[in-house]
Design a protein. Structure first.
Length: 380
């Protein structure tokens, strides 16, 4: 209990619900961080290494992410401590959402995160017999399939373009390295290629591909559809050790894999002038300070990868509708939000003499605090 209490500050979390099931071995947690601007909304992940502290950190990111794009939901996150490759995956997921039936969808609506897919969102709806229980469901069920559409990665690329413009750099011809070629990374690479960038490196758990003259993004995307993470191996050529993509010569680096991948030492080796955080929490404070001292522009995670929450805003409205969300309107809104927020945060950091993370957090906290004060939740 003392560990959970230590997670709490003036912003939250408001609610931490740990659940378990002896029959399936399910263990999981829901963290609702702050609901001053709306009900809890955030992704649900499945991983053997899930911890309460990890989920709480991610729930706080969601609080800032919703406030940063000025949409009216609150930060939340859920995690299931299980192997997503297990044959018992569905039984564990169903046990988890049953155990949280008092929370979903009254206080929290599930979304997708690491280890879960559109089909899992459909299972959440089925288990609770409620279309409002989850978003990110498959297109055939009237949902907004974020991963299939690549909404988050698309937004990351739009943020990269905005950051390049802010720095006086043209994205056309700029060299980009992408860490991770999953749901976010592959969509970011595809959109960056469409915008004229030269993708010089991509990586998966199998290693890192690097070609200073540029990789064939179209071929890589086709290989990914067939072989998943093994696409980098199937592509041919010499693979570098995973992690080497962080320090290859590039103009823009997009870490779009896991959290905490760039520490202070790795930050000192980054050669890119711009880092656009596609993953949640890829850098810590020490790394952020090192990058700032070296003059590297960083677009923070909850600014750069907020395209998914913009899409989720549309999906939340459409949960009980007979009509699918208009994907054209979604992509247009993602582009506008990502570009505007990126420019705003970079300019604020420059004006205030702070890191971009500090500027982005200050903006989000200002909006959350205003809501808390109006509702009588802020302790003066």
């Amino acid at each position: 209990m003392s560990d959970v209490l230590a997670l709490m500050d003036e912003w939250g979390p408001e609610r931490v619900v740990c659940v378990s099931d002896t029959r399936t071995g399910m263990r999981g947690v829901l963290v609702i961080d702050n609901t001053a601007r709306g009900m809890g909304k955030g992704g649900m992940r499945m991983s053997p290494s899930v911890t309460v502290a990890e989920v709480a950190r991610l729930a706080r990111v969601m609080t800032y992410k919703w406030a940063g794009v000025d949409l009216f939901f609150g930060g939340a996150k859920a995690g299931i401590a299980a192997d997503p490759a297990s044959p018992d995956r569905e039984a564990v997921l169903r046990a988890f959402v049953r155990a949280l039936s008092q929370e979903i969808p009254r206080r929290y609506v599930a979304g997708l995160d690491m280890g879960l897919s559109e089909r899992d969102a459909a299972i959440v709806q089925d288990e609770l017999d409620d279309r409002g229980a989850a978003v990110g469901t498959p297109h055939v069920l009237g949902g907004m399939p974020y991963d299939e559409l690549g909404v988050t990665g698309f937004g990351v690329a739009e943020a990269a373009d905005a950051a390049a413009r802010h720095a006086g750099m043209s994205l056309r011809g700029a060299r980009v390295a992408v860490q991770g070629f999953g749901a976010v990374g592959h969509a970011a690479a595809r959109r960056l290629h469409e915008l004229g960038a030269t993708v010089v490196a991509v990586s998966t758990v199998h290693g890192a591909l690097h070609d200073p003259d540029g990789l064939d993004v179209g071929r890589l995307l086709a290989l990914r559809a067939e072989a998943g993470d093994a696409a980098v191996r199937e592509y041919g050529g010499r693979l570098l050790q995973a992690g080497a993509e962080l320090s290859v010569p590039a103009d823009i680096l997009v870490p779009a894999a896991l959290q905490d991948v760039i520490d202070a030492d790795a930050a000192a080796d980054v050669q890119a002038a711009i880092v656009v955080e596609g993953a949640n929490l890829p850098t810590g404070r020490a790394a952020q300070r090192v990058l700032a001292e070296r003059g590297v522009t960083v677009v923070p995670d909850f600014v750069a990868n907020a395209g998914g929450v913009v899409a989720a805003g549309f999906a939340m409205d459409a949960r009980h509708s007979a009509f699918r969300p208009d994907t054209g309107a979604v992509f247009a809104a993602v582009s506008a939000k990502m570009r505007d927020n990126t420019a705003r945060v970079l300019e604020a950091a420059r004006a205030q003499g702070t890191t971009t993370h500090e500027a982005a957090v200050a903006l989000a906290q200002e909006r959350v605090r205003a809501a808390m004060e109006l509702k009588g939740r802020w302790r003066r």
